[in-house]
Design a protein around this ligand. Sequence first.
Ligand SMILES: Cc1cc2nc3c(=O)[nH]c(=O)nc-3n(C[C@H](O)[C@H](O)[C@H](O)COP(=O)(O)OP(=O)(O)OC[C@H]3O[C@@H](n4cnc5c(N)ncnc54)[C@H](O)[C@@H]3O)c2cc1C
Length: 529
Amino acid sequence: MSGYDAVVVGAGPNGLVAANHLLDHGWSVLLLEAQAQVGGAVHSDRELDPDFVQDTFSAFYPLAAASPHLRSLGLEEHGLVWEHAPAVLGHPTPDGAWALLHRDREVSAGLLEQSAPGDGEAWLRLCAQWDRVGEHLIGALLDPFPPVRHGLGLLPRLRAAGGLSFVRTLLLPAAELGRDRFAGPGAPLLLAGNAGHADIPLDAAGSGLFALLMSMLGQSVGFPVPRGGAGELAGALARRFTSRGGELRCSAEVLGIDVADGRARGVRTADERYAVRHAVVADVAAPRLFGSLVPPAQLPSRVRRGMDRFQLDPSTVKVDWALDAPVPWAAAPPYPPGTVHVADSVDEMTQALGQVAAHAVPARPFLVAGQMTTTDATRSPAGTESMWAYTHVPQHSSRDAGDGSVRGVWDRDDCERFADRMQERLERLAPGFGSRVRARRVLGPRELEARNANLIGGAIGGGTAQLHQQLVFRPVPGLGRAETGIAGLYLGSSAAHPGGGVHGACGRNAARAAIAHARLRRLVPTGAR
Ligand SMILES: Cc1cc2nc3c(=O)[nH]c(=O)nc-3n(C[C@H](O)[C@H](O)[C@H](O)COP(=O)(O)OP(=O)(O)OC[C@H]3O[C@@H](n4cnc5c(N)ncnc54)[C@H](O)[C@@H]3O)c2cc1C
């Protein structure tokens, strides 16, 4: 049969990791990408000003730096260079103080100790507990479910880290975790802000584990960025793939997956049909894969039923700025951070995320922001700053919890008014911010989706990260792995376990499953067809 051993649909980080892994196994692999360039939500551009590099979507990569699936690819040999800001993360408060996470845990602890005696020691104790479990916990999260090897490794280490008492810590909601272990406001702000990168409510179990994961990654690997822009990470993945014989076609949207006798046989673009011998790996949002690329009639009924209840994560508004000068923080932090969180308090953060969950446009949005030139001097001319901030808004808004000026329909007017609201938050902490803006771009839900079809309605996580759609429930109850119920078709996007973030695990797990099944078919040729 002509064609390829595997076709990978979508060249986001998961598709690129899957394609590399399948190629390393000796398969012929075709990678098809709808957009004109690879990377998905790992992309950078110079649209605002030719002298400024903006990361169009994602920007900081602690999960990539910690992921064995990306580390094992040796991307440094393909041009990837990581850069770090002087401080990993900073959270300015209206009284002029900063909560700061430094890559050196002793420095982080020293700064926390200044704000509340005892908090430095408490931070170091938390780090020491994490040291015992971190590697296996991350391994268990990134492996296909159930994670047998890392799960078994984790059990004795949990005991050594404090047993049930530490398990309780892992289960605390993020808002409670800070209060439980610290006296001052600094550590709770750092933890809750890190939890706010996912859409798990700060007062629900699961958010504390995410807070710890991100905070401790900040201590161990930092929040690195690729020198030159996020696109350099995707570029290194693509260069590795093509330099080893992989075939890549951009501007090639896959419109359908051919299924016959319960097996994926190939894919279709507008003008080509590609047959596959072993596998189609889809780095595609679950609602698109199981609703349009594969017609519902061909789906197993449990997948069809499960997709009826599939829950997206909230929508997103992202603002990029080219600044003529660095951010004029009212009080300069002792170590300039790359990532910045903006909220007056943990309570305010909880309230803003609660408003999103209650379908209200937040009055005082919680911002995740990035000072990119501070982190990587190549992003814009010396003495300037390439800056961004994003925040979440409801997928369907019923009201504006603010001054009523945003209708929640996310046309240009809504986007600009809401961007003003976001910018105002920075202006209060950094008076004069607005006067330094050389150019601004607002990407609302529609613009995000137009640039990457996987970002449905501006959802950036491939589906909610809440517990009811994790592990065996992701993307639908009973899947939990890359298998889709259609032989030879694998879900390799962030809609699969373990979900959003640039770690490549969804792609790698899909590739592994495809290889394992092909091996099985060779051993049992007729039964597996
Ligand atoms: C604004 C924003 C900020 C973020 N910040 C961070 C961050 O700082 N750190 C972090 O770790 N993560 C971050 N994330 C999340 C992270 O970027 C995603 O979880 C990750 O990119 C998911 O990878 P993926 O390969 O599954 O999908 P994507 O990156 O979305 O890529 C999917 C690709 O598939 C292509 N595609 C889809 N359908 C088809 C089709 N039918 N035919 C051909 N091609 C198709 C798309 O064009 C796209 O290129 C952010 C995301 C966004 C949007």
